[in-house]
Design a protein around this ligand. Structure first.
Ligand SMILES: Cc1ncc(COP(=O)(O)O)c(C=O)c1O
Length: 446
């Protein structure tokens, strides 16, 4: 017997069937938090409450929710052409989107491979690094370098690079030959606005030590989030990224920036690479590529990487044996083109840069609270660390729920709130988010 009638008596209103990701399923299903509407800076929950969005959902909606321009573009695309196989066929939207993305990136990152998520962008970047070195006569480069506290998504490639214990400990079978550098949070400069001043070169020299230990010529690529996002906004110290670039150049190692969170204006520049003045060889992105409206990610590479891989194959041959059924899906491309047009026409990256000092002051106003142990900010992104209550992560999880019922959504990782409002926020929205966080901190203090 199949029950196709989801409104039927047997399963009416059941929440059991959906196994939710990164969620305490049992707890959630007792007291669910459902969003039934999103508009601009606000969600509406299933009880009719208004919830201001303090994290741009999951850092993916800088233009605010339910933008009609994107909905219209996707709807028109689905009516015109809802799907084209991306292998050996194409459609105009993907080429337009690739041109737009390349136009936002620093030179010479001019070739863009489309995927469906940040996790897929990491797997794809790993494969591009392998394909490039093989095509370049350096097939012995089979080691990858990552970092403690790194988050690169949840596919086996990303988990192999991950530095967050909960995301790894259940899944010990990962890629071999991955070594990690230290993370960049030293705790020496608390309540830091922007880049810490100390230890940048010293921390980056972990990469040089790996080169000395394993041989630089065996390392294919190093993956870093320019600002580690999911682990709580860990901003690189002054000189860190520059030194990583220098070591990569000295040893022929590819530098991959994972800009899944930092891309598309989050730091007030189109990409973190422009803000920090360090250009990677490969750049991964997702989330804000479509303003979060349709799943999509991308990997941009330097011209020389694309040319080396493509030129290594005989003419007319497929050069890179990789791709997804939904790579460059027409609906996702329509959403991406519409989102990027909004960012351009409303100058939203400039707006993020203009709003950032106000946002920083508002966040730093919470430093007097007894439960707050650190606040880090850069651009429109901030990590607010709360003292744990004896069990790491428990207070953060409770606070996320209380905050929601106080009318504000913020993403917590462990006991750290990651606050990252949309760029369309007004100052009054920032104030509302911070007021609600303070109220929730007061309640958590008891
Ligand atoms: C830096 C980084 N890389 C990769 C990912 C994975 O992206 P997705 O959840 O779209 O697979 C994330 C998600 O938060 C991320 O922050």
């Amino acid at each position: 017997m199949h029950d196709l009638d989801v409104g039927g008596a047997t399963r009416a209103n059941s929440l059991e069937e959906h196994w939710m990701p990164f969620t305490g399923n049992r707890d959630f299903k007792i007291n669910p938090r459902l969003v039934v509407k999103g508009e601009g800076m606000y969600y509406t929950d299933h009880k009719g409450g208004r919830v201001i969005d303090g994290s741009s959902a999951l850092f993916c909606s800088p233009a605010g929710h339910a933008r009609p321009e994107i909905a219209d573009a996707v709807s028109a695309q689905l009516r015109e052409n809802s799907y084209t196989p991306p292998f050996q066929l194409g459609h105009p939207g993907s080429f337009e989107l690739a041109r737009r993305v390349a136009g936002l990136l620093p030179e010479p990152l001019n070739h863009v491979f489309f995927v469906n998520s940040g996790s897929e962008s990491i797997d794809t970047a790993l494969k591009i690094a392998m394909a490039y070195h093989r095509a370049n006569g350096q097939a012995q480069r089979l080691r990858f370098v990552s970092r403690e506290r790194a988050y690169h998504g949840v596919n086996i490639g990303g988990v192999s690079l991950a530095g967050m214990v909960k995301n790894r400990e259940t899944f010990p079978v990962t890629m071999p030959n991955v070594v990690t550098m230290r993370h960049t949070f030293t705790g020496k400069e608390l309540f830091c606005d922007g880049q810490p001043q100390q230890d940048g070169v010293e921390l980056a020299n972990d990469l040089e030590r790996h080169c000395q230990t394993y041989g630089g010529s065996t390392i294919a690529a190093v993956f870093v989030e320019p600002v580690a996002g999911s682990t709580g906004t860990l901003v690189p110290p002054v000189g860190y990224l520059e030194r990583i670039r220098e070591i990569c150049d000295a040893h022929g190692i590819l530098l991959v920036f994972d800009e899944v969170i930092t891309g598309f204006g989050r730091l007030g520049a189109p990409f973190a690479s422009q803000l920090f003045g360090v250009t990677p060889d490969i750049c991964t992105m997702a989330k804000a590529l479509t303003n979060g409206s349709i799943p999509m990610g991308a990997v941009a590479v330097r011209d020389e990487i694309y040319e080396t891989v493509t030129d290594a194959s005989p003419e007319n041959a497929i050069e890179f044996f990789h791709g997804y059924t939904y790579s460059a899906h027409p609906a996702a491309c329509a959403a991406g083109n519409a989102a990027l047009e909004i960012y351009r026409s409303e100058a939203l990256f400039d707006r993020a840069a203009e709003l950032a000092p106000y946002f920083k002051d508002a966040m730093m106003s919470l430093r007097d609270h007894d439960l707050v142990t650190d606040i880090r900010t850069i651009g429109m992104m901030s990590g607010l660390e709360v003292a744990h209550d004896g069990v790491p992560g428990r207070r953060g999880q409770e606070m996320q729920k209380t905050l929601f019922w106080n009318g504000c959504h913020v993403k917590f990782t462990g006991d750290t709130a990651i606050v990252a409002p949309a760029f369309v926020a007004e100052r009054a929205h920032i104030d509302e988010i911070v007021d609600k966080i303070r109220k929730t901190l007061d309640q958590a203090k008891g």
